[in-house]
Every structure is written in C-alpha cells, then in structure tokens.
Design a protein around this ligand. Structure first.
Ligand code: SF4
Length: 292
C-alpha cells in the first residue's frame, strides 16, 4: 500500500499563542522547508471575532500567503446568531429541541452546553481535516503554550499526529505575547484589556472581561444587550445582560463617589439596585417559563 504524503497544518485561531506559533514556524519554514514543513494555515471563523481580531487575522493571512503557504478560512454554513436564536430541530434526531417550553435556538452557551464550540468550531474543522485525510497523512501543529499543562493532558490532545512546538521551545503564554508584540502585532490593545480573547459575546468569559467589554467596546456591549433580549437562556449564572448592565452602572456610580465596590456595604446596596434573579429552572428566563 502506498504511504500517503505528509501534510502539515497549523491550527490558527488568531490568538497570541497560535499567532506566535505561526510567525515563528513560518520564519523557520522560509529558512528550511525540509526541517520545518508547512502546507497550510487553517483558520475557523466563529462569526463573533472582535473587529481588531478580524484585522489581525487578515494581516497574518497576507503574510502566510506571501510566503507561498496556503491560508484556509472555514466557517459554519449557519451563523452564530442562527444557532443562538433560531435553530429548532436536533440535527441527528430531527426532533424539536425542547419539549416543555416555547423556545427556539440553543440560547447562550453554558459550561455544560457549549454548542458553539462544537457547531461553529469542532464540526467545521473536523470536516476540513477529514477531507484532507482522504488524501494526506495530516500532521497538526497546535499552539498550546508550555505553561498550559492542563490542556495538554486532555484526551483530545494526546494524538500521535499532533505536535506542540511551543511546548518543545518552552514558550509560555507570556513569551508568546511578548514575541508577537516584538514583531509589531498588538491586536489594537485587545490583550491589554482582556484576560482571555475569544468571541466578544462569550458568556463564559470572566466578569472582569465583561466589565471591560462594556467600558472599552460600548457598541459591542449594546449589541450584546439587544441580542440578549431575544434569547430564552439566562446569560451568565443567574444574570441577564440587563442585570449586569445595572450592576456595572452601579459600580461606576460607587467609584465616582469614592466608595469601595468590594466590601459588604457595596453588596448590600447592590442587592437593592439589582436583586439577584433566581429563575426557577436556573437557566431559563422567567418570561419563557410556562405561565411566566
Ligand atoms: S468563545 Fe465562548 S461563545 Fe465563542 S465558541 Fe467558545 S464558548 Fe462559544
């Protein structure tokens, strides 16, 4: 049986680690195609990138292509908003998604229902790799940093056709960011504002990052408020985006008045301004519950 040709693909998300990997590996590849093979850089668009991330990705795409390497963009056929707000039927069973209440769309992702990771990323990427694997022996170059041990330990990262150059080089997340900055890639300051850069509307991001989204990206925050009005699922924990808006606005008032937003008095007052909502089901907005 003929052996398939090896085919090297960098999985590029646009974030600091995969950017550092792409930049360094591309540099080495240009110097030595044999020792550092590279056939393709693959980027999957989740529909909800920050505008400055979109610009950054276009820059890297241009650079990769100028080195004669293929840059592929993939994206799900249906949009993030479609799955969030309109999707009705289980793709496999064809049955309606929900029996008990009049809901459409998956609603916001939660820690136990990360539909967006599977529908908008994994499924799309897997389809692309499956097509490549029909022809090639694909080697995946993955930008996991040397200090992300917990990610390396996941079963999905224990494949023999995966390689982790950043770990081999002992580049930590901080090293990756510093390297990108040194080469002039700064995402218009995204990493100075956020601890983690992912979809700007991600409900799984930290409260601090959401606070900063409201502060530094008011247009996106407004879009998030509008989108949240159309969904059945509570955005984060027991809080809708409107609850968070009230909380953050109250924090601003306290800070302007020179008061702490960390002490007991603050939390007592906060409960009056924005009573903690406790929907009966935990994640369904009360207006979507039967009789609500
Ligand atoms: S970053 Fe958040 S919203 Fe985006 S795909 Fe991942 S879990 Fe979903």
């Amino acid at each position: 049986m003929n052996e398939k040709k090896k085919y090297y693909v960098i999985s590029f998300s646009g974030g600091k680690d995969s950017t550092a990997l792409t930049l360094e590996w591309l540099k080495l590849h240009i110097c030595n195609h044999i020792a550092y093979p590279l056939d393709e850089v693959l980027y999957c668009d989740t529909w909800k990138e920050f505008p400055s991330m979109v610009t950054h990705i276009a820059k890297i795409e241009k650079l990769v292509k100028s080195a004669g390497v293929k840059f592929t963009r993939v994206q799900s056929e249906k949009s993030f908003d479609y799955y969030l707000l309109e999707h009705r039927f289980d793709t496999r069973t064809k049955k309606h998604l929900y029996k008990d209440v009049e809901r459409v769309g998956y609603g916001w992702a939660g820690s136990r229902s990360r539909w967006c990771t599977s529908k908008l990323k994994q499924d799309v990427i897997n389809r692309h790799f499956k097509a490549l694997e029909a022809e090639y022996d694909v080697v995946h170059l993955i930008g996991i940093a040397a200090d992300e041990q917990y990610r390396l330990e996941r079963k999905s990262n224990q494949q023999k056709d995966h390689i982790y150059p950043l770990v081999y080089w002992n580049w930590t997340e901080a090293d990756c960011l510093a390297y990108c900055y040194k080469l002039g890639y700064d995402w218009d300051g995204l990493y100075k504002v956020f601890n983690r850069v992912s979809c700007w509307c991600c409900p799984l991001q930290s409260l601090d990052d959401l606070r900063n989204l409201r502060k530094y990206y008011p247009d996106l925050w407004e879009e998030l408020r509008e989108t949240d009005k159309k969904t059945w699922r509570v955005f984060k924990g027991y809080s809708t985006v409107e609850d968070l808006e009230k909380r953050f606005a109250f924090e601003d008032e306290c800070i302007a008045a020179g008061k702490s937003i960390k002490n007991k008095a603050f939390y007592t007052e906060l409960r009056e301004v924005c009573p903690p909502p406790l929907p009966e089901s935990g994640v369904i907005k009360s207006s979507y519950l039967k009789g609500g």
